[in-house]
Design a protein. Structure first.
Length: 690
């Protein structure tokens, strides 16, 4: 794409004609591909639409232009073109293989035309893309001539001094090099032709880029690169005699010059997976110089030079099974008599099993087809996945099960209250996401199970009951649970009332006897303050006054541990089965269920008269894990004489901290004041009561 340079309409038309010439002369494309290239400037200028192209020129031309337009949109996201994923995405976005060939020809033409441009930044960007993206693509497609020119031009613009240094050295040594080639070729040509083999022999100087790579790899000057050229023996013979005559020529060469057996490459007996055929041998020529000799037939040379049977994995370019098969299809089509015409029906489906998407920063990630927003979230981090509530794709909010498509830009939305769910396993595609979800579910289950068990044990202790494991096991079975973990899970999420569990426990323990004494539920009006019970309460009564029901005072009550009400909270009373009253906050998480199932046990309650009582509250603090932030939090509490910090529990992860502060406090107004002060600490993002 030529987005880096601003061209006029006339310049675009001229560039299109030049690109079309490269496609025709170097690759052999014609017909619809050339028509699409010539129409591209009209599309860019808005003079014609792709829909109008389809009506006037046919579906094939429109499809090529649509592919070019999709790649133009891809470039607007400006990702790193050095990424192998970017190459794969470019391939997957081009439905028609001709789009890729056009892109390569277009880039080569652009590289030729920008020689005199003053825009160094754009020239550098275009050259880097040529080196990282288009040259490797040309190599994979076997377009050697185009690949070498792209690499040389990239080197010329990116490393000007190195390019001209090597070019000058090559010019200086050209005469002696040509003379040496003739001295080497002469005796071989004479003996080969005497053996009845029709051939021509030529010397080929390595590209400047190739020489520069050798100089860097071997850490040597230009003079230290011994194989500056290769000799190619091209035999003209019937196809059924190709192997025999190639090996015969090989025998003649190795009889004349000492071969290096470690440098023998036999792609004649076993051709490369992409069809490349040739014999390569390195021999010690005159003046004790090593010379590479390539032996092949006219047919083999034509295929290699035209790029159809390219050795695209040669010299370290790694291949993939899908790409190998794809190139084999191209080779078989182009080798046939009507191969170019057949390409009208040829579509790429190389990466149909993969999608390539962008992060908000422009990084490119690969996922299996059908992967969802949740898969993306777990790829980023397990914590991001666990708290994922959805995503924003190309600016539009989507649910977590939304399937990703190639080219999407994905941003993950999270919430601290979100937790992994069992049903997530039914729609995620990646094994990574599934493993992370299973691990999170297991950890949550264990954590909730322990919490629920502790809560139940406290309930028993508050009722002055001893919880026997054996009896509790029978209770769990009697209540229809096959797994103990399921029982505690329902207690943890509030679907099972602990009071029902205790009632069932007492029923089994007393062997079905009618409840008596403390087990009888009585009216709130019958209660009087029993001073002996006050010592057993988990909150001292002191002189704070709580009025229950119809102005009743001195009633035996406890503050519920599930919501820890304090003076000033809006509260209500709940008559327990033992006869005591639990005080809950109006916004207690258990309040809706208590009202729904046990409305007859609910009594009114309100605070009246403030004494010197203090209450335990827990504050949840979340923020950046900055140096000294914990000291700043605790110093605020310690400076207030009427506040007592009972405990602090801090967890730090990935630059964030979350902690619980348990504080003894007088009432809600002092609590609000404290929360406001804590929110002013630098780095604190959230303070809430739990």
């Amino acid at each position: 794409m030529a987005k880096e340079f601003a061209f006029t309409y006339e310049e675009k038309k001229k560039l299109a004609a030049q690109t079309a010439d490269i496609l025709t002369s170097e690759i052999g494309l014609k017909g619809d591909a050339i028509q699409a290239v010539m129409l591209a400037p009209e599309i860019d200028e808005g003079r014609i639409s792709i829909e109008e192209v389809e009506q006037q020129y046919g579906e094939s031309v429109a499809r090529i232009l649509h592919g070019l337009d999709r790649i133009r949109q891809l470039y607007e996201k400006a990702p790193s073109v050095a990424s192998e994923n970017f190459r794969n995405l470019l391939l997957s976005l081009a439905e028609d293989m001709r789009v890729i060939l056009i892109m390569i020809a277009n880039r080569l033409n652009l590289m030729r035309q920008i020689r005199d441009s003053d825009d160094l930044e754009a020239k550098t960007e275009v050259s880097q893309e040529a080196a990282y993206l288009y040259a490797p693509l040309a190599h994979k497609l076997g377009l050697y001539k185009l690949k070498s020119e792209l690499e040389d031009l990239s080197l010329k613009y990116l490393e000007h001094d190195a390019y001209y240094h090597i070019r000058e050295k090559l010019n200086e040594t050209k005469a002696s090099r040509d003379a040496y080639i003739q001295r080497f070729i002469g005796p071989i040509e004479e003996k080969v032709k005497a053996a009845g083999i029709h051939c021509h022999i030529k010397g080929r100087t390595k590209s400047i880029h190739s020489i520069w790579q050798k100089m860097k790899k071997q850490k040597c000057p230009f003079e230290g690169v011994y194989d500056l050229f290769a000799i190619r023996i091209i035999i003209d013979c019937p196809e059924n005699q190709e192997k025999m005559q190639c090996w015969q020529a090989y025998s003649i060469v190795t009889d004349m010059y000492q071969p290096n057996p470690k440098r023998l490459r036999d792609w004649l007996s076993v051709p490369k997976s992409n069809g490349y055929e040739s014999l390569h041998i390195t021999v010690l020529g005159p003046e004790q110089k090593w010379v590479e000799v390539q032996i092949r037939t006219e047919r083999m040379d034509e295929i290699a030079e035209r790029g159809v049977a390219a050795h695209w994995r040669y010299k370290g370019v790694k291949g993939e099974t899908g790409l190998d098969e794809w190139l084999a299809n191209i080779r078989s089509m182009l080798e046939s008599a009507d191969g170019i015409e057949a390409m009208d029906q040829f579509k790429m489906d190389l990466y149909e099993d993969e999608v390539f998407v962008f992060t908000p920063r422009g990084d490119l990630l690969k996922f299996p087809a059908g992967a969802t927003v949740l898969d993306f979230a777990y790829h980023i981090h397990s914590k991001v996945g666990n708290q994922c509530t959805g995503g924003r794709i190309n600016g539009r909010v989507v649910p977590i099960r939304h399937e990703l498509k190639s080219g999407d830009q994905v941003e993950i939305l999270t919430s601290a209250s979100q937790k992994p769910r069992q049903e997530w396993l039914t729609f995620v595609k990646t094994s990574r996401a599934k493993a992370k979800i299973r691990l999170a579910l297991k950890e949550t289950q264990v954590k909730e199970g322990l919490f629920a068990k502790e809560m139940l044990e406290r309930k028993f202790k508050n009722r002055k009951l001893e919880m026997e494991e054996g009896t509790m096991f029978h209770v769990i079975k009697k209540m229809g649970f096959k797994e103990v973990s399921d029982f505690y899970k329902q207690i943890a999420d509030g679907t099972l009332d602990t009071n029902d569990v205790i009632e069932k426990y007492l029923e089994l323990k007393d062997d079905g006897k009618a409840p008596t004494g403390d087990n009888v539920a009585r009216s709130a009006s019958e209660f009087e303050l029993d001073e002996s019970k006050v010592a057993g309460l988990n909150v001292p009564m002191n002189d704070d006054v709580l009025i229950i029901d119809r102005n009743l005072k001195g009633i035996d009550y406890q503050l519920a541990r599930c919501c820890s009400p304090i003076y000033g909270d809006k509260v209500f009373g709940f008559v327990t089965i033992s006869g005591g009253i639990k005080i809950h906050r109006e916004d207690c998480p258990n309040a809706p269920e208590l009202r729904r199932r046990y409305g007859y046990r609910i009594v009114k309650a309100k605070w009246s008269g403030k004494g010197a009582s203090q209450y335990s509250i827990t504050l949840r603090v979340i923020g950046n894990d900055d140096i000294g932030i914990v000291n700043n939090l605790t110093s605020i509490i310690s400076k207030d004489e009427k506040l007592i910090l009972r405990s602090i529990n801090i967890d730090s992860h990935d630059g964030l901290f979350s902690g619980n502060l348990e504080v003894m406090i007088d009432d809600t107004s002092r609590m609000e004041t404290l929360m406001k002060k804590l929110r002013t600490v630098k780095g604190v993002k959230q303070v809430e009561r739990i």
